[in-house]
Design a protein around this ligand. Structure first.
Ligand code: IFM
Length: 459
């Protein structure tokens, strides 16, 4: 009997990354429209204006889900499509679009999981300070109430915020993501305001629907000190604080990590906490979503070496890497899952993202033979089975991504999808990894863990 036989199999996307149609039917601009429009931010000057055309034509997305035989599909609703603007009015066209998707998923027996914030903050909120302003958390809660009221009869499972680390620290410190701010104290404030918004949103969803199951999706890195020198261990602790514990520890315990004041400065931390009751962030969850991508060995270095964590260098790890240099390290996946389970053994874990970015291309026969992605899937499912064998309560696995998408600062160059998207036409084509994931799901469901030879897949 396979250790994964009863996993719920899924895949995921996000609104700005697949919808396109950024100025249609009352959608207002988001910070990503603004950021992408400004030269130098995105490879080749790409924007999300067309993406995978899922707003104009959602059918290929739904067909891809059905073809794979998924149990569940995770996608995000765009705040700037559901709410018309500062007046807080509901946009009927946005509601109609998402209701259509949800109904079609339900007709096909696929359980939807809706992410409420996947980085596409309405620009009008950014103009008032964005995530550094507590009013944004208030506006988020109003938007969440609208989503629950308009879509709640079709959705049971909600994710409040996706990867608050990235939205805070890439959006406000490295400057790699929208809104492109570069200021550590603003980044810390944006992190804490998002966590505050998350806690409030959990309460709002519970009040709106008693049967709602609510979690958040956080990306956790598997980190290790490069040596056992005290300098490297201190650097590792700093990286672990900023990338992991600030989010994981605070959400699960309602207390900030004890070293947060030492790292950010007590005064900076106190200012970042203005108006926030940390204990209220830890509203009990129905599940925790974990996005796993990163493994890094950490060495002490001069400030400025790493764009986010002071005094840290991430060493080149000589093992298979994704096209954008991320180490492929499945053992870290097992460790991250175990770490979460050790903190709260009874809290179900959903792997809300796991995937690999590649420079995929079509060969002369028109096939995308992405054998690295096939190997990635098998290695990470093995790591998942290892975690389950150690008693970790993982209930669902969402491969990132269902289709190629607008991959943020990489634009359309870096591809994560199981389905290849020909962006000029919007045509979808299953990659070899889609065939593989599909047959892996079928064989796991049948209770056998025989995974086909990846090279056979592409023959
Ligand atoms: O594409 C992103 C997604 O939006 C958030 N998690 C990481 C993915 C790959 O970079």
């Amino acid at each position: 009997m396979s250790l994964l036989a009863d996993i719920r199999w899924g895949s995921a996307t996000a609104a700005y990354q697949i919808e396109g149609a950024v100025d249609c039917d009352g959608r207002t601009p988001s910070i990503w429209d603004t950021f992408a429009a400004s030269p130098g931010h995105i490879t080749r000057g790409d924007t999300g204006a067309t993406a995978a055309r899922a707003y104009a034509n959602p059918a290929p997305v739904l067909d891809a889900i059905e073809w794979l035989g998924l149990d569940t599909y995770r996608f995000s609703v765009a705040w700037c499509r559901l709410v018309t603007g500062p007046d807080g009015a509901t946009n009927p066209a946005g509601v109609a679009y998402y209701r259509r998707i949800l109904q079609r998923l339900r007709e096909r027996g696929v359980n939807p999981v809706v992410t409420l914030y996947h980085w596409d903050l309405p620009q009008w909120l950014q103009d008032r300070g964005g995530w550094a302003n507590l009013d944004t958390a208030r506006a988020f809660v109003e938007f969440v109430a609208i989503a629950a009221r308009e879509l709640g009869d079709l959705v049971q499972d909600w994710i409040t915020i996706n990867e608050p680390f990235c939205a805070a620290f890439h959006g406000h410190l490295s400057g790699l993501h929208a809104p492109g701010v570069r200021d550590e104290s603003v980044a810390l404030r944006a992190a804490l305001v998002q966590l505050h918004a998350h806690g409030e949103a959990v309460r709002t969803l519970r009040a709106a629907a008693i049967s709602a199951r609510v979690g958040l999706a956080m990306n956790l890195s598997d980190l290790e000190p490069a040596t056992d020198s005290s300098a490297d261990i201190a650097a590792f602790e700093a990286a672990d604080l900023v990338e992991n514990r600030l989010f994981l520890h605070t959400v699960l315990t309602g207390e900030l990590p004890s070293d947060a004041g030492g790292y950010f400065g007590d005064g900076v931390l106190a200012a970042a906490l203005d108006g926030i009751d940390v204990a209220r962030i830890a509203e009990p969850l129905d599940f925790i979503g974990i996005n796993y991508y990163e493994h890094n060995r950490i060495r002490a270095a001069k400030p400025g070496n790493d764009p986010i964590v002071r005094g840290v260098e991430k060493l080149f790890v000589p093992e298979p890497r994704s096209a954008n240099g991320v180490a492929v390290h499945p053992a870290g996946f097992t460790r991250v899952l175990k770490r979460v389970a050790d903190l709260q053994p009874d809290l179900p874990i959903w792997v809300t993202e796991n995937g690999i970015g590649l420079w995929d291309y079509l060969d002369p026969e028109g096939r995308c033979r992405d054998i690295e992605r096939i190997a990635f899937i098998d290695q990470h499912l093995e790591a998942l089975a290892d975690a389950r064998a150690q008693g970790v309560r993982v209930e669902a696995y969402y491969f990132w991504a269902l289709t190629d998408t607008f991959e943020w600062s990489y634009g359309y160059q870096l591809r994560y999808g199981l389905f290849y998207v020909d962006f000029p036409t919007g045509h979808f084509l299953p990659k070899a990894s889609a065939d593989h994931y599909r047959s892996r799901i079928a064989s796991e469901r049948a209770g056998t863990d025989a995974s086909p030879d990846p090279h056979q897949e592409t023959a």
